[in-house]
Design a protein around this ligand. Structure first.
Ligand code: F2R
Ligand code: MG
Ligand code: MG
Length: 301
């Protein structure tokens, strides 16, 4: 089951990204998923980089992971990256340390974009049973491109949600309240604590506009990570329902779809992801191979 959860998480993340790709940036009522080509964006490209580096070094090595991001970006810069990461890659290439360059972004405040969270699923899987290491590695992998506290803390919550989903045992009913309480207790940031509180209050909400207004659907980590966790908890028993719900909220749909898909895939395992999506997914075999290797190393260590 654990192997299936590892594969489900990475494939689920890529499926969510590919499903949301054509709606990214649209108002929620316009978000559509019918045009599923299976092609994914920077979210999956960077998630693959995280997995490749964890596998190659059998753990976290910041310099190696930064170089992996740079190598992958230079091969396929057209994946739809935002402005921040490519600038950081150039600074690292010109000699800046991997954990210093990102501090220069946005006038020295660092990025609070959701880029560190959208790619973090392999860390949540690999350290699902060691929360101290999970926190340290999430902050380390975030620092490469996202040094702002909100960017890092969003990645931490997304990784911890993946870890909690990995440790859960469906079909026993998921305790949403306990899930949110654990997340709230794990983050040190007040913005996220309040968003998680709102997520709990909104669980029965039928008005999507209200959900978007209160939780957000934007490119900022604090306006998308809680939304992905919420989308999963609204529909814990169905991969399909939770990812479609996430995308129906509009905004940063590829990323919120990817984060929701990662949590749900880790919860259910790969069998729960509809075959009509898996069969079309770009690079499915490679993503499954990476997840299998990550699980293999984890089982051996
Ligand atoms: N880039 C996109 N989408 C744009 C359209 C792509 C197009 N469809 C195409 O194919 O070309 N999506 C991807 O970017 C998001 C992840 O972004 P990331 O990696 O966090 O980048 P960045 O630049 O660091 O932050 C994103 C924006 O957030 C705002 N921001 C962040 N920190 C800020 C700060 N301290 N002060 C002010 N603003 C800050 C800025 O607007 C950044 O541009 C994902 O959606 C991924 O799919
Ligand atoms: Mg993207
Ligand atoms: Mg996006």
């Amino acid at each position: 089951m654990l192997r299936s959860k590892f594969i489900g998480c990475l494939v689920g993340s890529a499926v969510g990204d590919a499903l949301g790709r054509s709606s990214e940036g649209l108002w929620f009522s316009e978000a559509k998923i019918e045009r599923f080509s299976g092609r994914w964006t920077d979210d999956t490209h960077m998630m693959i980089g995280v997995a490749e580096s964890l596998i190659a070094t059998e753990g976290f090595d910041g310099s190696h992971m930064a170089q992996t991001f740079i190598k992958n970006y230079e091969r396929e810069p057209w994946r739809g990256y935002a402005s921040g990461p490519p600038r950081v890659f150039r600074w690292i290439k010109s000699g800046m340390a991997w954990n210093e360059a990102s501090k220069r972004l946005f006038g020295g405040s660092g990025s609070y974009g959701n880029g560190a969270a959208m790619r973090v699923a392999p860390v949540g899987l690999f350290y699902h049973d060691d929360l101290e290491q999970l926190r340290a590695v999430v902050y380390g992998q975030s620092q490469i491109t996202h040094s702002h506290e909100l960017g890092k803390e969003g990645a931490l919550l997304q990784a911890y949600a993946v870890a909690l989903a990995t440790n859960a045992n469906p079909p026993f009913e998921l305790d949403s309240s306990a899930f949110l309480k654990k997340l709230k207790g794990f983050t040190r940031n007040e913005v996220y604590k309040q968003k998680l509180e709102r997520a709990w209050e909104l669980l029965g909400e039928t008005n999507r506009l209200r959900v978007v207004r209160e939780l957000g659907n934007g490119v900022e980590a604090h306006n998308s990570v809680p939304t992905a966790i919420y989308s999963f908890l609204r529909n814990p028993n169905s991969f399909e329902a939770c990812v479609l719900y996430a995308i129906s909220l509009g905004g940063d749909t590829d990323t919120i779809g990817a984060m929701t898909g990662a949590i749900s895939g880790a919860y259910h395992g790969v069998e729960a992801i509809p075959e009509r999506w898996k069969s079309k997914l770009e690079g499915r075999e490679y993503i499954e191979k990476l997840a299998g290797k990550l699980w293999g190393i984890k089982s051996r260590l």
